[in-house]
Design a protein around this ligand. Structure first.
Ligand SMILES: Cc1ncc(COP(=O)(O)O)c(C=O)c1O
Length: 349
């Protein structure tokens, strides 16, 4: 647990108590409300919470609008520019049950432009120097969050990890030296770039509908329930027919999910070999933000997951059943009775 960082913009008292008892490594405190609550609950449990403070450095990462989080108008973090962050740090330094270890930011996801990170490292280090000058407190840890982009589809140009690391370390080292601070321990939180490319989703093709002169829809046995990203923010994917991998692409189709939303489309306009019902469509790069984001919209059960390693596949998550989906539904007794009456009326009628 010591290596766990507890994130979130609205941690509940129950979650905070559990985290304190479990001994999580760092609370990534998102706002002043949480800071006060954490101080209070830590005192109540006679514990001290080790904290890094989540800040919004005002960086607009070059990524999709909905997954930008470092800009000032964000639900996450405390703003540097308007003094909120400085006030929170000063307050935390007065608190008995809070041990402030460092600062954190996360400027977005699926970022390709290393300049955004360079700018971010620079703003954060300038702020560390400001805090040092005003309070004498030195950030021993600097967490720059995650966000490194990966290849999903043509046109995506992921940055190189080495270049990313070299750049930020150079900036942090230099800024620390210029302001007379020790270089903080640098922490990053890559998610998608670690596990995204490891996943592939296999769908079975069902209904195929051609609208002559317009489009051919190929519907699969999943969709926004197992991958909400295309519907949420027009995420793009590539795919192939796993059972026709040696055949040339000859047909332009669009891949539809099976939910009752016109927006439930997995891929618009992809060239595939001639598609037939029963074909297996493999969509690549689904290892991040798929299972974690999946849902039971339309009360569709979620698929199974297998781990493939060295040519061996093991089931690591069982397919959901209808029993899983409705097993926790409850019909209040008084309504169940009314349902019975209605059934009697219906059969009498
Ligand atoms: C605070 C924080 N850190 C790290 C990540 C991981 O981001 P990514 O998967 O884009 O690297 C996220 C994703 O939402 C996040 O909110």
């Amino acid at each position: 647990m010591d290596r766990v960082f507890f994130h979130g913009n609205n941690k509940s008292p129950e979650e905070i108590r559990l985290a304190l008892k479990s001994g999580v490594g760092r609370f990534v405190v998102d706002n002043i409300y949480e800071l006060e609550l954490l101080d209070y609950l830590s005192g109540e449990n006679q514990l001290q919470a080790r904290v890094i403070m989540r800040l919004t450095p005002g960086i607009e990462a070059h990524t999709h609008e909905y997954i930008k989080t470092g800009q000032i108008d964000s639900k996450f973090g405390m703003v540097i520019e308007n003094g909120q962050a400085m006030a929170a740090i000063k307050r935390s330094l007065e608190m008995e049950n809070i041990v402030l270890k460092g600062l954190h930011c996360h400027i977005g996801s699926q970022i390709f432009e290393l300049d955004s990170y360079n700018h971010c490292a620079s703003v954060m280090m300038d702020f560390c120097a400001d805090v040092y000058n005003q309070t004498g407190w030195m950030a021993r840890e600097l967490d720059l969050g995650g966000g490194l982009g990966i290849y999903y589809a043509e046109g995506d140009r992921p940055p190189r990890v080495r270049e990313y690391a070299d750049n930020i370390i150079r900036i942090i080292d230099e800024k620390a030296r210029l302001s007379g601070m020790a270089t903080p321990r640098v922490i990053v939180e890559p998610g998608r770039s670690v596990c995204g490319p490891a996943g592939t989703t296999l769908y079975t093709v069902g209904a195929i509908k051609e609208i002559p002169g317009i489009r051919t829809y190929v519907a699969v046995d999943g969709g926004m329930g197992d991958n909400p990203r295309p519907a949420l923010y027009q995420a793009r994917y590539e795919a192939c027919l796993a059972n026709k991998i040696t055949q040339d692409p000859v047909q332009l189709v669009s891949v539809a999910g099976k939910c009752c939303e016109s927006g439930d489309m997995l891929i618009w306009d992809i060239k595939l070999p001639y598609v037939e019902a029963g074909d297996i469509l493999a969509v690549s790069c689904t290892g991040a933000y798929n299972y974690a984001m999946s849902m039971n919209y339309n009360r569709l059960p979620r698929p199974a997951m297998a781990l493939v390693d060295d040519g061996v596949a093991d089931l690591i998550l069982e397919r959901e059943t209808y029993e899983d989906i409705i097993g926790r539904d409850r019909i209040p007794e008084r309504l169940a009775k009314r349902g019975g009456q209605l059934k009697n009326i219906a059969s009498a009628g």
